[in-house]
Design a binder for this molecule. Structure first.
Ligand code: ATP
Ligand code: MG
Length: 502
């Protein structure tokens, strides 16, 4: 193998390559040098793993990380070929560490300490798993987490930041502080960059290696974070810009890092829920092409205004322009003074029953994050009192759905879980249809490929009501989703093709 390839594949510096040559060629006599350019392997099929396990340049500097997933101290020997098959890819790496864990250990008895650490790790693991992150290594009380390996997503940076914020919030609300003298806090550092990653080890123990500067930088950034802070590099920031409110933290000196890096503290989630909304806020470029599709949507909207409810299924690959088309329809509809309501499924809530529906109801009720549950209940009660759909049990059912206290004036619900679910669906469908009582309305249900089963069940019931209402319901989804609804005269199917180059 050429030294240049070796250096690039494992992000080795010149000095380390020299050490490697000295060890493998001169000391162990497992390889020979050719023209100073190529190392030819002569030592059979195995190589001692520590030889190539980690580029010295990628070794995290803090003592706590010396044993991280970047190193494989106890990895068994394996083939050189397997090592060199390392895959080059972009990865978002998160380091999360417990603040003052030594102080904690002096204030708690070992039993309590074990309980606290276990609860802390459970909290982190739960959150990370939900965002499909991979815990590469437990580093004492710290965690080394990969977003983008083994499973890659289009939004790994976003997932990492969301996970970071949620770990902090979950630790604060889980009440772990009641057990310990100090409230449990963490520091979180995140960076996105290229790594070489690959699985190594024997059948008994397999480990994942991320080689390169990226994990090293993430560790350094974490070291700069204050307690309960998510600190991200400029590279990660550019991938999540607009989705989170961030504060520029300048370019602090990071030990061992020669190029200064701008860091950002993530303050909170932003208003935009996805990249499309970020772009939309900056101003959309005019709609290009799609005359046929846009024409069909407009024509269906005209039918709806004449009293014939319509459903349009809008499918297509990621980024093909589904949301852009919905936005164009929204412009038209809102220009006419008609409401355009939105329900969005989320890749992070596919296992959270009725997530998009609950989000929509909360939005309709103008709930604020810092509002008390009693206030929210009052808003719900007030809104329902103005509606005309049948309301037996509606208030307590929707209060339960929104995790609000049971209304004092209502008798307790004495329904079986199945019956309660049925009646909740009925109440929501009635409410959604109620919106179209006075005028024609458009509903866009976006990204159904991420819908949870309960949402689809409710949607099916809602769609059955559409023909007799003044509703235009547009459903968007990617090709992996197969609509479970049969063919009906009021349902149209549109698949967005790619633009041809002609
Ligand atoms: N016909 C178009 N005219 C102008 N801009 C477009 C058009 N189609 C797509 N775009 C732009 O391309 C980007 C991606 O489009 P969009 O978000 O609508 O895709 P999508 O099909 O909804 O993808 P996803 O499945 O990821 O939600 C957006 O910035 C959008 O404004
Ligand atoms: Mg979209």
């Amino acid at each position: 193998m050429a030294y240049r390839v070796l250096k690039r594949t494992f992000a080795l510096d010149d000095e380390y390559v020299e050490d490697l040559k000295a060890d493998l060629i001169d000391a162990k006599r497992l390889a020979v040098d050719e023209d100073g350019k190529v190392m030819v392997w002569t030592g059979g099929t195995t190589v001692v793993s520590s030889q190539l396990s980690v580029a010295r340049s990628s070794q995290p500097p803090a003592s706590q990380t010396s044993d991280s997933g970047l190193r494989t101290p106890d990895a068994k020997p394996q083939t050189l070929d397997a090592r060199l098959e390392g895959e080059r890819r972009q990865l978002t790496v998160m380091f999360c560490d417990l603040v003052d864990s030594t102080v904690l250990s002096t204030h708690l008895d070992p039993e309590e300490l074990r309980e606290v650490v276990r609860a802390y790790q459970e909290t982190c693991t739960g959150v990370i798993r939900r965002y499909d992150g991979h815990i590469a290594q437990h580093l004492g009380d710290g965690l080394l987490v990969y977003f983008g390996y083994p499973a890659a997503h289009e939004d790994d940076a976003q997932r990492a930041v969301r996970a970071g914020l949620e770990i902090i919030a979950s630790l604060q609300t889980r009440g772990l502080s009641t057990l310990s003298v100090h409230p449990l806090q963490v520091r979180i550092g995140i960076h996105t960059g290229l790594v070489v990653i690959g699985e190594i080890g024997s059948s008994e123990k397999r480990e994942i290696l991320a080689l390169g500067e990226t994990p090293n930088l993430a560790a350094r950034i974490q070291g700069q974070a204050a307690p309960d802070e998510v600190l991200i590099s400029a590279a990660t920031y550019h991938l999540v810009e607009g989705l989170f409110a961030c504060e520029d933290r300048g370019r602090p000196e990071l030990k061992g890092i020669s190029t200064p890096l701008t860091l950002y503290r993530v303050v909170k989630e932003g208003e935009a829920q996805n990249r499309f909304q970020v772009v939309a806020r900056k101003g959309l470029t005019p709609l290009v092409g799609r005359e046929h599709e846009y024409g069909l949507l407009r024509e269906r909207w005209e039918r709806v205004k004449d009293g014939a409810g319509q459903v349009v299924l809008l499918s297509g690959e990621p980024g093909i322009g589904k949301s852009r088309l919905v936005e164009a329809l929204k412009d038209t509809v809102m220009h006419e003074g008609a409401p355009c309501l939105e329900l969005r499924c989320s890749p992070y809530a596919q296992n959270s029953a009725l997530y998009p529906v609950i989000g929509h109801v909360q939005h309709m009720l103008h709930f604020q994050a810092d509002e008390t549950p009693d206030n929210k209940l009052e808003k719900l009660q007030h809104t329902l009192s103005r509606s005309r759909f049948p309301q037996a049990d509606t208030l307590p059912l929707l209060a339960a759905l929104l995790s609000l206290p049971h209304p004092a004036a209502c008798p307790p619900l004495s329904l079986s879980p199945q019956r309660q679910k049925e009646k909740t669906y009925e109440a929501i469908v009635a409410w959604l249809c109620e919106e179209a009582r006075q005028q024609a309305v458009t509903y866009a249900w976006e990204d159904l490929h991420w819908a949870d089963p309960s949402t689809l069940e409710l949607l099916t019931r809602f769609l059955a009501q559409v023909p007799t209402t003044r509703l235009l319901v547009v459903l968007t989804f990617r090709p992996e989703f197969t609509p479970p609804w049969g063919v009906h005269s009021y349902v149209s199917q549109l698949t967005l093709p790619r633009f041809s180059l002609e």
